[in-house]
Ligand binder design. Structure first.
Ligand code: GLV
Length: 326
């Protein structure tokens, strides 16, 4: 019998070593050649008749996509830890395992969270832009001042892997760490983090940093009502998913001075249009979803996605599977 060469759709070029692994495996590859994600129709066409797909968080993998891909599809492997772009239930119902990349991006994302806290509080982006624009005319006692991170109270929403890595870093800043989870975390004591209700966290924190997954339960967790509980001096940091925040309510709260600033690595939509009202606010730092964007981390993620894909094509149990498989 002729040996099967599984057909695999790859929705963007991956870091070269991972690309090479795919090329050297016994696969027939369909690689989306552009740097922008495939529009839904092209994504479906790319995956039609495939046995596997290696996708990114910018690709919508829903029931319509799965129908278009067809019954040959055996595995969805995503190069990301978050899988809110994937209809997990629809994949599970079809017996398709969904691979993702937990763990390897924890430290890079925690690093970026600290960078965003400091960049927002200490006004790094505005200060650096002013230097470039020739607006650094003197050492100014009132110039580019902001709140301290050290000695502050930081509220971590979601003390999972990334939230815990943020707490670990904060121990060097002499801050009080509060956290809120669906249930108290076993790691909290070792991290010096105190469990409080979500409302108490919002009321007491100088920085609120979001590290929960994006689900129907966390959709717009930060909204007009919950923003109203925050201190007027507080800063919101989001490196999870844009949908956790009601962005219109956030814009309004920032414009009205109900909170002092926001550092956002994630927005709705992504990319955020350059003329979006958020970008006109002086107290906001927006980054283009780069939490995991260190070279070593991106390579680890790509390799983990290739590992999941290859195991899935063989019908094995994925090393990192996001949906329940029998
Ligand atoms: C990035 O946001 C990821 O989920 O990996």
């Amino acid at each position: 019998m002729a040996k099967e060469h599984p057909l695999v759709a790859v929705t963007r070029r991956l870091p070269e070593p991972a690309m090479r692994r795919l090329q050297e495996a016994d696969l027939v590859l369909r690689v989306w050649p552009e740097s922008a994600p495939p529009p839904p129709g092209d994504l479906a066409a790319l995956a039609a008749g495939c046995h596997g797909i290696l996708c990114l968080l910018t690709d919508r993998i829903d029931a319509a996509f799965l129908d278009a891909a067809g019954p040959s599809l055996r595995v969805v492997s995503q190069m990301a830890v978050g899988v809110d772009n994937i209809d997990l239930a629809a994949c599970t119902a079809r017996g398709i395992p969904v691979g993702h990349t937990p763990g390897v991006l924890t430290e890079a994302t925690a690093d970026l969270t600290l960078a965003l806290m400091l960049a927002t509080a200490r006004r790094l982006v505005a200060a650096a832009a002013d230097v470039k624009a020739g607006k650094w005319t003197t050492w100014d006692p009132l110039g580019w001042v902001g709140p301290d991170l050290h000695s502050s109270t930081v509220g971590i929403v979601g003390l999972g892997r990334i939230g815990a890595a943020v707490a670990r870093r904060l121990s060097g800043f002499g801050v009080e760490v509060l956290y809120h989870n669906r249930r108290p975390s076993l790691m909290a004591e070792e991290l010096g983090a105190a469990y409080v209700s979500f409302d108490e966290l919002l009321r007491r924190s100088d920085f609120v940093t979001l590290h929960c997954p994006y689900t129907s339960a966390t959709h717009h967790l930060v909204n007009a009502e919950t923003l109203a509980l925050m201190k007027p001096s507080a800063i919101l940091v989001n490196t999870s998913r844009g949908g956790v925040v009601d962005q219109e309510a956030l814009c309004a709260a920032l414009a009205a001075g109900k909170i002092a600033g926001a550092g956002l690595d994630v927005t709705t939509p992504e990319p955020l249009p350059a003329d979006h009202p958020l970008l006109t606010l002086p107290n906001v730092v927006v980054l283009p979803h780069i939490g995991s964007a260190s070279l070593p981390t991106r390579l680890l993620m790509a390799n983990m996605a290739v590992d999941n894909l290859l195991v899935g094509l063989e019908g094995g149990r994925l090393p990192h599977c996001a949906n329940p498989m029998p």
